[in-house]
Ligand binder design. Structure first.
Ligand SMILES: [Zn+2]
Length: 389
């Protein structure tokens, strides 16, 4: 999940003030003993706020610290995430952790968000326990592959979901997800899907395979890619897939957000190659920064060599503390070059964060330095995912 970016507000409430004070105190503490003092109190207030479903108080405190006290902001954000994903207060005897196994996908057709059969759940359970989780862990898997639109929205909803999943994990059974009334999935050429699960162990015991002396993250990822991949790939026909290491919910989501940026650039190049019979060397890619109050993202417009119209575009969002001081265009250019794109141009002009008024699609930079709607050539439109229309 992305950390919130700055929003200005009026005065903040008493609980938000307390969160700010405790997080700043923790950030300035010089030893573990003092850390523990602040941490216990900070966790206590966060649990109260999460328990009363008061998302505004958490955001008010984060907003107050953002830009004024970066170490304090980081402490508060880390502690809120940690309390939310570990279902604090659900069990006195167990440590609980909500985990996510993100899947990066691209397809010329639909990327499904779909329910899992009992057989698939049983297979996934075997592979998670053998390759990703420590021995002796209890596990609950949600029987649904979530799209980003369908994930719990906000810290409080995540904490509630972690609580429900955590109780199921202690009882050792999977969780049925009611799909009626779920938000609709926006279809993109490339997107992320999430398998969600919860792990429960006796307090203080290892959660993951790599916490055991003969395990490692690299080995866990390699085995999950092949074994977990074999379970999940049949559910997503017509999709190219890449598997992210299953991890604590927020850490895994951040890895997925980071990995999905180069993934979607590579997907775009592959898509244009297949849909327009336009191999990478014949593509022109234009990279430009898009601004609101601050820089928000880079957008990449694709054109065919010798033509002027932008046929496709992709967004490269900035994450966490990234800003214009980092050489993001160089990173994007490196990915495009790796894909074999022949002509890569970087524009310095600050473009406004504009979207199409009809369909909401982002506007992309053209080689002439204008922002335009991406349009596939007429005779190829029926093969294009909905958002490109
Ligand atoms: Zn449009």
């Amino acid at each position: 999940m992305k950390r919130p970016r700055i929003k200005r507000r009026g005065g903040i409430g008493r609980l938000a003030e307390q969160l700010v004070w405790l997080a700043s105190g923790l950030a300035e503490s010089g030893c573990r003993v003092e850390d523990r003092y602040w941490e216990e109190r900070l966790s206590g207030v966060i649990d109260t706020v999460l328990g009363s479903d008061d998302e505004d108080t958490l955001n008010a405190a984060l907003d107050q610290l953002f830009g004024n006290d970066t170490p304090g902001y980081d402490e508060l954000a880390d502690h809120i995430e940690s309390r939310a994903e570990s279902a604090a207060g659900v069990s006195a005897e167990h440590d609980i952790l909500l985990i996510a196994a993100p899947v990066l996908a691209w397809s010329r057709f639909n990327i499904p968000a779909t329910s899992l059969s009992a057989t698939t759940l049983a297979n996934i359970r075997v592979h998670l326990q053998a390759h990703v989780l420590a021995s002796g862990t209890r596990l609950a898997i949600a029987d649904f592959i979530f799209s980003p639109d369908q994930l719990p929205q906000g810290y409080c909803a995540t904490a509630q979901f972690a609580g429900i999943m955590g109780r199921a994990a202690i009882d050792g059974h999977d969780l049925h997800i009611e799909t009626a009334g779920m938000p609709e999935t926006t279809q993109f050429l490339s997107d992320t899907r999430y398998l969600l699960a919860a792990v429960a162990v006796r307090k203080g015991e290892a959660l993951f395979r790599w916490q055991e002396p003969d395990g490692s993250r690299e080995q866990a990822l390699e085995q999950w890619r092949s074994q977990g991949g074999a379970c999940l790939a049949p559910l997503m026909p017509g999709c190219a897939l890449e598997f992210v290491l299953p991890e604590a919910y927020f850490a895994a989501s951040r890895m997925a957000d980071k990995g999905s940026r180069p993934y979607s650039v590579r997907a775009s190049v592959a898509f244009l190659g297949a849909a327009l019979d336009a191999p990478a060397p014949s593509l022109v890619a234009v990279i430009a920064p898009f601004w609101d109050q601050q820089i928000e993202e880079y957008r990449i417009g694709f054109t065919l060599r010798g033509r002027e119209d932008v046929v496709h575009g992709v967004v490269w969002p900035l994450l966490g503390t990234e800003d214009e001081a980092m050489d993001v265009p160089a990173a994007i250019e490196a990915v495009l070059r790796e894909c074999g794109v022949g002509d890569v141009r970087v524009l310095d002009h600050r473009f406004p964060l504009e979207y199409c008024e009809d369909c909401g699609a982002p506007m992309y930079p053209s080689p002439e330095g204008e922002i335009v709607h991406a349009e596939m050539p007429e005779d190829h439109t029926e093969q294009v995912p909905r958002h490109l229309h």
